[in-house]
Ligand binder design. Structure first.
Ligand code: NAP
Ligand code: ZN
Ligand code: ZN
Length: 348
């Protein structure tokens, strides 16, 4: 077994604190990664505080992982020792169902195995995430990372990146499309970057007036306060796509109403309250609501390659592991610029 240092939540109400545990010895297809950076996703906070129910403790969150391969199993083909590699939100799946065979393992009919907060396939070991010094993972769920990109900025691509890239691709966003992105946090800022890179005219919908200048720096062409009813009314039926990346409970109607004929509301934010929707607003313009969960292994590698080609990384605030509880509090105040990323050397 491989001893690692980590930070874990022991209950929904206790702050994250130092924790040690052991990773499994390498199987034939496993790689061992020495973690350099680990991004902080709002899903980490939702789960550490059991906002979705069913959380398992002790919990080492973290599913935006970048590091160096330091050991490989005897049958590993994809990686060599010394390579930079990433791990995202999943580490396994049934591998046999239709979604798995189509490399969309996030929709595995048995349920994907998340990087943390669930059992591994053995149904005994609690999977533990990236707020730790090392991780062992089957090579299928490990990705190549270009050394031309800053590894701290790459880490958030493994969740915030793929979660916004996948639905924008699915909605076939193309030059000239009008896209609005709601919520300027980790996901939202990647959504803006990708929509701009795909050639869309992008409007940022935010509740934070102070974020306007940053939204424009990220490439947004317009900025509108989503809590300004008069400004939102002017956008009625204007957009091909609205990407909802909001973490807190909110009104989905205000975004639905922005869609033009055949427009798509792409829902990726996961607040705990269930949405209320008017069927009248849905039938108008033959609007469509599409939910989307991260992305599969093939698409995640495609997204990382796209980022390498276009030189896209997340805008990050690098923090030591010991700052994590303050980072969570700031995230709750919408005070992110635009992803916290933990420098794991602070734990070694
Ligand atoms: P984040 O960095 O904390 O950003 C969320 C942003 O949403 C905030 O900065 C704020 O932006 C806005 N916001 C928060 N509460 C709001 C409210 N009540 N009403 C309106 N706007 C509000 O969060 P994140 O890491 O990007 O995650 C966003 C959501 O996506 C989370 O719920 C997370 O669990 C979920 N998620 C889903 C997937 C998936 O596969 N579908 C994957 C990863 C994460 P402004 O200041 O601009 O208003
Ligand atoms: Zn995430
Ligand atoms: Zn499956």
């Amino acid at each position: 077994m491989i001893p690692v240092k980590a930070f874990a939540a022991q209950s929904p109400s206790t702050p994250l604190a130092p924790f040690q545990f052991e990773r499994r010895d390498l199987r034939e297809h496993d790689v061992l990664i020495d973690i350099l950076f680990s991004g902080v996703c709002h899903s980490d906070l939702h789960q550490a505080r059991d906002e979705w129910g069913g959380s398992m403790y002790p919990m080492v969150p973290g599913h935006e992982i970048v590091g160096k391969v330091i050991k490989v199993g005897s049958h590993v083909k994809k990686f060599n020792i010394g390579e930079t590699a990433g791990v995202g939100v999943m580490v396994d799946s049934c591998r046999e169902c239709k979604p798995c065979q189509s490399l969309m393992e996030q929709y595995c009919t048995e349920g994907m195995t998340g990087t943390y907060n669930n059992y591994e396939r053995d149904k005994v070991t609690i999977a533990q995430g990236g707020y730790s010094t090392q991780i062992v993972c089957d090579e299928r769920w490990v990705y190549h990372v270009a050394d031309s990109l800053d590894p701290a900025g790459v880490a958030p691509l493994l969740c915030a990146g793929i979660t916004t890239y996948s639905p924008l691709k699915y909605a076939n966003v193309k030059p000239g499309d009008k896209v609005a992105v709601a919520g300027l946090g980790g996901l939202g800022h990647m959504g803006v970057k990708f929509a701009v890179a795909m050639g869309a005219e992008v409007t940022m919908l935010s509740t934070s007036p102070a974020k306007e200048a940053d939204a424009r720096k990220l490439g947004a062409h317009h900025f509108v306060l989503s809590n300004d009813a008069a400004a939102m009314a002017k956008l009625d039926s204007q957009f091909d796509v609205v990407l909802d990346a909001v973490s807190g409970n909110h009104d989905y109607q205000i975004y639905l109403k922005l869609l033009a004929l055949g427009g798509k509301l792409l829902v990726v934010g996961l607040p705990k309250d269930e949405p209320k929707l008017s069927p009248f607003d849905l039938v108008k313009n033959r609007r469509c609501i599409i939910g989307s969960m991260i992305g599969g292994t093939a698409e995640t590698q495609e997204m990382l390659d796209f980022c390498a080609e276009k030189n896209i990384v997340a805008d990050v605030e690098v923090i030591p592991m010991q700052y994590i509880n303050e980072a969570y509090e700031r995230m709750l105040k919408n005070d992110v610029k635009y992803r916290f990323v933990i420098d794991m050397s602070s734990l070694k």
